[in-house]
Design a protein around this ligand. Structure first.
Ligand SMILES: Nc1ncnc2c1ncn2[C@@H]1O[C@H](COP(=O)(O)OP(=O)(O)OP(=O)(O)O)[C@@H](O)[C@H]1O
Ligand SMILES: [Mg+2]
Length: 389
């Protein structure tokens, strides 16, 4: 007989990130942030959040999650990692250090040239680092350990921020650690690499078709986190079980009249389809550096629109062409004119009494569409009118 596998430890009631959020986030969490917190609190969570710049992912998601783990699981080993040392210090360590400073008591922190650390008297440690070498990713694993003289089961938790474009090898090393909780956050970058594949926008977009009554991972203790969006974004059988792409319009502080006006001006300046604008508005990943491509993003979008029949006519040169059929053979004459990409005139069945009259009719028709005044075949100046054709 084998021993039954022990139940996976969970956040104790009252210590869940949603219960602790008001300590660690200066503003109430938005619905998408609540859903992410609910998802990341599940054992062996893998949560990937692509959010537009200034959405609050660094400000609200990370601190709420990490500080909650450190509080709820004595002895927890938490790691916070951004792309550079200064981002890690200024955007992760510093805001959390200020929180700890304000709360005091059981919390303390240390900072040196090598180390940024926040500790709790319960034995939990939050380490902040930015590995330039994948070999520096720590080899901790979750499991039973002695903490303050007691044998406890302790989790390893990772928060990786600014994940777009990070060396993929670092992610693979974290996978080997097999964190008990993992939150990966970033704005959108290029459509390649580990973070992009974790988000997997193509399959994520298909979830709009997913049943709203999808898998229920949200329990009755946190009813306000049970929005259909949360469930639609939950993929229990995938490597990244919870993924979301948060656009500007889901962040109320980014859609105040002032914020909209500022963004519109930027949009007008760079163009609606500029990769930066799209990343900041819709959280869209871009194909690659536009300058390295034969077709830029705007060209691809124009082609897609054209294929959907949504093309906007392009102004340009004017061409008319005709096939003059002989009356005797009974062929119809055809004539077509375009301005730029727009066909402004087409007549595929045109017979008249004789070729001279027809030529004259054509001159009137073409002149009408070109708004020309021209001498007719008899030398008279004619100003064609629509009625003339
Ligand atoms: N819920 C909120 N209510 C009001 N303001 C908020 C909220 N969340 C974030 N902000 C404001 O937005 C600012 C930017 O947030 P944050 O630094 O977390 O953005 P980010 O999503 O990490 O952006 P980036 O992709 O540029 O790193 C915060 O300093 C804060 O002032
Ligand atoms: Mg940030």
């Amino acid at each position: 007989m084998t021993d039954a596998a022990p139940d996976l430890p969970r956040f104790p009631l009252g210590c869940h990130p949603l219960d602790q959020a008001h300590y660690w986030c200066p503003k109430p969490l938005y619905p998408w942030a609540k859903n992410a917190m609910r998802a990341v609190a599940e054992p062996f969570s893998r949560v990937a959040m692509a959010c537009v710049n200034e959405s609050g992912k660094t400000f609200s998601l990370g601190p709420t999650y990490i500080m909650s783990v450190a509080t709820a699981f004595p002895g927890a080993r938490c790691f916070c990692m951004s792309r550079t040392v200064s981002q890690t210090r200024d955007q992760m360590f510093e805001p959390m250090r200020l929180l700890v400073d304000a709360i005091g008591g059981d919390w303390s922190y240390t900072i040196s040239t090598h180390d940024m650390k926040i500790s709790h008297s319960n034995g939990s440690v939050i380490k902040f680092y930015s590995p330039s070498d994948p070999d520096n990713v720590e080899g901790y694993h979750s499991g039973p350990k002695m903490v303050n003289g007691e044998l406890r089961w302790i989790p390893v938790a990772y928060w990786t921020d600014e994940d777009k474009g990070r060396d993929d090898e670092i992610f693979y090393r974290i996978l080997r650690i097999n964190p008990y909780f993992w939150l990966s956050t970033s704005s959108a970058g290029k459509a390649q690499g580990f973070f992009f594949n974790a988000i997997n926008p193509d399959s994520l977009n298909q979830i709009t078709a997913k049943e709203e009554s999808g898998p229920q991972f949200l329990d009755a203790h946190y009813p306000d986190a049970t929005s259909p969006v949360g469930m639609k974004n939950y993929f229990p059988d995938k490597a990244w079980q919870y993924r979301d792409m948060v656009s500007r319009d889901r962040c109320p502080h980014l859609i105040t009249p002032d914020a909209i006006a500022r963004f519109k001006a930027e949009e007008e300046h760079l163009g609606k389809n500029h990769p930066t604008v799209r990343a900041k508005r819709d959280c869209t990943f871009s194909v690659a550096d536009d300058q390295n491509l034969i077709f830029e993003q705007k060209h691809i979008e124009a082609m897609i629109r054209a294929m959907r029949g949504q093309n906007t006519p392009v102004a340009g040169d004017v061409r008319f062409s005709a096939d003059v059929g002989g009356e005797a053979t009974g062929d119809d004459s055809v004539v077509m004119g375009r301005v730029g990409s727009e066909i402004v005139f087409i007549r595929d069945h045109w017979t008249s009494i004789n070729e001279i009259d027809r030529a004259d009719e054509w001159c009137i028709a073409l002149g009408t569409h070109l708004a020309l005044v021209y001498p007719d075949l008899y030398g008279r100046n004619r100003r064609p009118t629509k009625e003339a054709i």
